[in-house]
Design a protein around this ligand. Structure first.
Ligand code: NAD
Ligand code: UDP
Length: 320
């Protein structure tokens, strides 16, 4: 007999960076977790510690194809998230965001599940207002290299709100800002993983452009707490809601912090700025504070220390 508090929860992209932390957290809360992943960027290693748990199931499946399972809640995280990965096969990226959303929304409609969408600060594009609030409609290039991801995620948001209006689906849309922590892919090209691996290996730290562009970095444990609070919020609250850490740093400051924390002698080198690289990004989290009573609590240095320990271990095992 299932306890009424134990929910059956589907996490798509559950073997990825964020998904693996979310699966672990949901299991710790006493739920049954079905992790669905096609292992494009995720890996079994990320969920290895969970495999022995009888309340955890791992299924290889691509969400661009329909899925028929019985669940109470769905967290839709499946989608490559780093620019290198999502630009590798841009058509598949759009398919995952759009067809994947249609399939998961169709599933949610059929089984009357509540559904969460991992949207992104990229829906704001290269923003003209700063910091970004949820009311801002964005400044997005529809035909650039990042568009498969940005427009795919924007279309997914449209689908979520149309299913909500048309079919009364219970939806929760989070706009996630740059997040970092253990289980990041060492080769995903994202700035935190790149800089830590470069610093630990004593290789040059690659600053793209002048390094004065800004980002705001959220530690993964803080973000996952925001996911859970959003999913558990009253049905009337759909989002979209920004989840991220408002502490804003230039990429050069991040490099200097990582060099300091790793005692590295790596030099800084400049490389060309990728096209459509946003100049600045900082979430306004006023809505999350008011509606979810949520805000990040892990300072950048503390989160970086934990992330450095993770990458040191990967390097020791020859995995980075
Ligand atoms: P990730 O690449 O580590 O995880 C994505 C997971 O989805 C991987 O395990 C991958 O194998 C899986 N996947 C990809 N396509 C799939 C498909 N068609 N079917 C089934 N599984 C598929 O990335 P992440 O950082 O964990 O991001 C998770 C989600 O959060 C993504 O939707 C991403 O857009 C969003 N997000 C992340 C960040 C961040 O800073 N990490 C920021 C904004 C938004
Ligand atoms: N970046 C950098 N060096 C790197 C990787 C990234 O200077 O080795 C910069 C990148 O140009 C961007 C910022 O760091 O301005 C964040 O990049 P990331 O790919 O992590 O995320 P996103 O651009 O999607 O915010």
């Amino acid at each position: 007999m299932r306890s009424s508090l134990r929910k059956r929860i589907l996490v798509t992209g559950g073997a990825g960076f964020l998904g693996s932390h979310l699966c672990g957290r949901l299991l710790a809360l006493g739920h049954d977790v079905l992790c669905v992943d096609n292992f494009f960027t995720g890996s079994k290693d990320n969920v290895m510690p969970l495999l022995g748990n009888p309340h955890f199931e791992l299924m290889r499946h691509d969400i661009t194809f329909p899925l028929y399972v019985e669940v109470d809640e769905i967290y839709n995280l499946a989608c490559p998230a780093s620019p290198i990965h999502y630009q590798h096969d841009p058509v598949q990226t759009t398919k995952t965001s759009v067809h994947g959303a249609i399939n998961m929304l169709g599933l949610a409609k059929r089984v009357k599940a509540k559904i969460f969408q991992a949207s992104t600060s990229e829906v704001y594009g290269d923003p003209e207002i700063h910091p970004q609030t949820e009311e801002y409609w964005g400044h997005v290039n529809p035909i650039g290299r990042r568009s498969c991801y940005d427009e795919g995620k924007r279309c997914a948001e449209t689908l979520f709100f149309d299913y909500h209006r048309q079919h009364n689906l219970r939806i929760k849309v989070a706009r996630i800002f740059n997040t970092y922590g253990p289980n990041m892919h060492p080769d995903d090209g994202r700035v935190v993983s790149n800089f830590i691996v470069q610093a630990l290996k004593g290789e040059p730290i690659t600053l793209y452009g002048d390094g004065l562009q800004t980002r705001s970095f959220c530690y993964v444990a803080d973000l996952i707490e925001g996911f859970i609070r959003l999913m558990d919020s009253p049905d009337e609250f759909t989002g979209p809601v920004n989840l991220g850490n408002p502490g804003e740093f230039t990429i050069r400051q991040l490099a200097e912090k990582i060099i300091g924390l790793t005692n590295s002698s790596s030099p800084l080198v400049h490389q060309p700025l990728p096209v459509d690289d946003p100049r600045q990004r900082q979430p306004d989290i006023g809505l999350a504070r008011r509606a979810l009573h949520w805000e990040p609590v892990v300072p950048l240095e503390e989160g970086l220390r934990a992330t450095i320990v993770y990458f040191e271990d990967l390097l020791r095992r020859g995995l980075a």
